[in-house]
Ligand binder design. Sequence first.
Ligand code: CP3
Length: 341
Amino acid sequence: MKCLLLDILSGKPQREIPVWLMRQAGRYMPEYRELKSQHGFLGLCRNPQLATEITMQPIKRFRPDAAIIFADIMLPASCLGFDIEFAPGPVVAKAVREPAQIADLPDTFDCKEVAYVFEAISQVREELQAHTSERGRIGLFGFAAAPWTMACYLIAQEPYKHFAGTSVFAAKHPLAFADFLAKIRKLTLTYCLEQLRAGADVIQLFDSWSGVLSAHEYERIAFAETQKLIAELAAVAPVILYVNGSSHLLPLLSQTNATGFSLDWRIELSRAAELVPDRVLQGNLDPALLFQKPEALDESIATMLNQAPQGRYIANLGHGVLQQTPMEQVQRFISAIQAVQ
Ligand code: CP3
């Protein structure tokens, strides 16, 4: 059956532009806040029925062309033995401070600790069937962090800001850091393969903090594991790499096998299309622009679409939907893209 998301990612020409939003389920929706107040964020993630219900909330309300499983990039860190809480961002007990902690981490993974994610994916896949429309089947994203971004949260940061603690650890302990990224990459590969087996169509890798490194440093300390992970995943499914504040990395990242790149708003889509002429691009409206008056939002959407590469484009925001975003504007964004013929 036709699936706009998969068709674009496999290079099939089509008139329609698939659209979905990062963080399309979340605090801007009253039905999410209601369930979260009863169960807490981790309680939602760890209960496949509830995670399914939340994944489906924006699908029922806005009818985007893709769903993303409700989870968090930090959940699989439990397979490495880390305890994570959310307040609301991830807080890691016993974060890495010494190389010896890395040597002690496991090197093989079965991801049983996060079986609830795979179960939720199977349930969502079932439920999505009922939402097939004339635009086709709704695609389902699984996701994970790229190794660098996972390391940013697992390495202790104080007294630094903006993840400089991770760069400092890598500078002081290059071999341990390389070992750490390799272990994270192995974990992430198993985790993503299990998501695909459970029914995810596409994997999105979030390298949300890649932008804190220069291109030279990214290439020197992080790129090899990103590249290996993408190569292993892209052999079995489409892979989209989200990079944030990272247009300086695009020439390097285009050397990976990623099927597509998801971009933030700091780079124009037309410029990114020149830098990466042969992949799908996804993005990239500044989520703050959903707070504009409706007509101004329409103009911003038109500007974005004018810059988007034809036939290899998925519409989205440049980052997740912000708290307090008016729901009518989310609907306006999705409907505007779906009206494009
Ligand atoms: O996109 C989706 O709808 C799927 C669910 C999803 C969540 N987190 C749920 C979530 C996805 C894809 C993520 C990815 C994620 N998590 C990233 C990569 C994307 C990015 O933002 O760059 C990162 C860096 C994280 C780590 C994380 N988790 C942070 C920084 C936070 C706090 C952010 C905030 O909004 O306050 C979280 C918590 C989190 N993950 C929430 C949700 C819905 C908010 C939890 C709440 O309701 O309190």
